[in-house]
Design a binder for this molecule. Structure first.
Ligand SMILES: [Zn+2]
Length: 605
């Protein structure tokens, strides 16, 4: 922590969350809250709300929420300390002297140094490309690739001369020390002894510029047919792999405007379309797409057309990308250009109109996955069919919306020609989410499963948050076994602790207590915002609450047994099936016993 905690607490009180948010979105007063169309996802009716009383924001559409600092971090893509600075700025609060944190300071300084050296290097490389004699080789290359001078300048391309130390000497002349040069990643340290040599030699330089406009890293393409066609900057204080997308600094407005983004792989796959006027593009920089990159992308559009190379490696990379994109709830289509063409080749051969036409016909992600899965298989062969199912189902499971998931599932079943209703039901159980099947559906795409509360759970918890008296009574009646199996157990534990410590329940205090459980922490803004929306509509007695929680818990166990049964049935394990069925009957009996007489609970039976 850089700033004293007391300052952060004070600032939070002084900063008017409505005023800060107002800088970014048009808020309208509604009751005690303020509403707007969400800046984090696309929508026509406002579901983004800000509560000045609770000092939180929450979007009922995309579920983003939190404090004023969370809002600024999210919308500006900045770190926590940077958000504090921005909020202090906006609120006219002077920043205090930072708490001594020498490591942080050193890192900050190093980051600024690396950016500074990168700027010097880039300007110099641009000059080399523009006018040096040796730079002709790069100018010729660009001409052969039909890259115009305007495009070259827009993307700030450069040329690194074929020399071991030309750049290093230039940087030293500008005043950089050997240490600074080594930390910048622009050179490679010599293995033996001291000293270093220029990393990029005889290469065309593509700068990676972040959305704040800073050159954070470089890619260099060989112009001498070396084995390594491309080399890239190593990680430095300014550059972490997998956090940025190439081109986004130039294309983000067009991506927002067109409401979708075309995702490509390489530098030229972005630069060439850009030159052809296709400007809603971002490039994943050759490495596999990462969740961080997808989160960044998701700020600008929720629909993605993946247009990777049509070769085998490209198809594999596209499938991997689908997983990551679905996990962030983006809508995904796949564009495969004919004959394994990349966007660069295709546009030069067939032009933008043809490209747009193909793009319009891009396949929904599932169709693409199915096509790949059945490509070299015979569906009449059971082993082949099973393999195809295994390959396709994870992509259905990864879909978050249950309705959409069902639609995709039915689509996949008919595409894979599975008509047997028992098998269909088993497969559905294995992917419908929540607990269940180990074997097959487990290998499913690993989204850190988003917690989905039942409506009842949500309402009840909101009520418990809203009403101090109700909360005290409910907490007094609850036994650990009543909540321990619920997804929201961490919230109950936090509330109980706060109660014991006589601490107030607020967004901050509960957040602190549930810090270890990210999924649960993420639910807090919703529960607290719900509170103000629902509190007046429905009143629960403490008994009703406890009763409902117990019922929920029973229902969870019943669902789980049911899932296990359908697997046992599939595997023909009759012994297990019988055991499960006994358990199920018992749970059903307990549920029935619970149903009509909630008052029995008061005796704690
Ligand atoms: Zn939203």
């Amino acid at each position: 922590m850089r700033y004293p905690q007391t300052f952060i607490d004070d600032l939070k009180r002084q900063a008017d969350i409505v005023r800060v948010v107002q800088d970014y979105v048009q808020l309208k007063k509604k009751g005690s809250n303020w509403m707007a169309c969400c800046p984090f996802h696309k929508e026509k009716t406002p579901s983004f709300s800000v509560s000045p009383a609770k000092e939180i924001f929450y979007c009922f559409g995309c579920h983003k929420g939190g404090s004023v600092f969370n809002f600024v971090m999210e919308i500006e893509r900045v770190s926590f300390p940077e958000a504090i600075k921005l909020v202090a700025d906006k609120s006219g609060v002077a920043l205090p002297v930072m708490v001594d944190d020498s490591r942080f300071q050193a890192r900050r300084l190093e980051l600024e140094e690396v950016i500074e050296l990168n700027k010097w290097a880039l300007e110099w490389w641009e000059q080399q490309l523009e006018s040096s004699g040796e730079g002709r080789i790069a100018r010729d290359y660009l001409e052969a690739r039909e890259i115009t001078e305007e495009t070259r300048k827009t993307f700030r391309l450069g040329y690194a001369p074929d020399s071991w130390e030309a750049l290093s000497s230039h940087l030293r002349q500008k005043g950089a020390t050997q240490d600074q040069i080594e930390r910048s990643g622009l050179v490679v340290k010599k293995e033996s002894g001291t000293g270093s040599y220029d990393r990029f030699r005889g290469r065309l330089i593509f700068p990676v510029i972040d959305i704040q406009g800073k050159p954070i890293a470089f890619g260099g393409r060989t112009l001498r047919n070396e084995d390594a066609k491309y080399i890239n900057s190593p990680e430095t204080a300014a550059y972490v792999k997998g956090r940025n997308l190439f081109g986004l600094n130039l294309t983000r407005d067009e991506i927002r405007r067109s409401e979708f983004v075309i995702l490509v792989e390489g530098f030229l796959d972005l630069i060439v379309p850009y030159q052809f006027g296709i400007r809603n593009v971002a490039a994943s920089l050759g490495t596999a797409l990462t969740p961080d990159q997808v989160k960044l992308l998701g700020r600008f559009a929720r629909k993605v057309v993946v247009n990777y190379d049509g070769d085998k490696a490209g198809v594999q990379a596209a499938k991997k990308a689908i997983e990551i994109l679905l996990a962030e709830d983006l809508e995904v289509k796949i564009l495969v250009l004919p004959d394994g063409a990349d966007p660069d080749d295709f546009l030069k051969k067939f032009g933008a109109t043809e490209y747009h036409r193909r793009r319009g016909e891009a396949q929904p992600h599932l169709q693409f996955v199915i096509d790949q899965a059945v490509a070299d298989r015979k569906l009449s062969n059971p082993a082949d069919k099973e393999a195809a199912i295994d390959e396709v189902l994870p992509y259905v499971r990864a879909v978050n919306s249950r309705i959409q998931k069902r639609e995709y599932f039915d689509f996949a079943m008919s595409a894979l020609r599975i008509s047997d209703t028992t098998l269909r039901r088993e497969l559905w159980h294995s992917i419908r989410g929540g607990a269940g099947d180990g074997a097959r559906a487990r290998r499913v795409i690993s989204k850190p499963a988003q917690l989905k509360l039942t409506v009842a759970e949500e309402h009840l918890l909101s009520a418990v948050f809203a009403d101090d008296t109700l909360r005290a009574s409910v907490l007094g009646m609850l036994q650990p076994e009543d909540y321990e199996d619920l997804a929201t157990a961490a919230i109950f534990r936090a509330l109980l602790e706060l109660e014991r410590e006589h601490q107030a329940v607020s967004f901050e205090s509960v957040s602190l207590k549930t810090e270890g459980d990210e999924q649960v922490s993420a639910l807090l803004p919703m529960l607290m915002m719900n509170e103000s929306l629902h509190a007046s509509n429905k009143h629960y007695t403490p008994e009703e609450c406890v009763y409902a929680f117990r019922l929920m818990k029973l229902q969870n166990s019943i669902d789980e047994l049911r899932d296990q049964s359908s697997i046992a049935e599939r595997d023909g394990d009759t012994e297990k099936l019988a055991k499960l069925s006994v358990g199920q009957t018992e749970l059903e009996r307990r549920k029935r016993a619970l149903l009509p007489r909630p008052e029995v609970l008061q005796t704690g039976s």
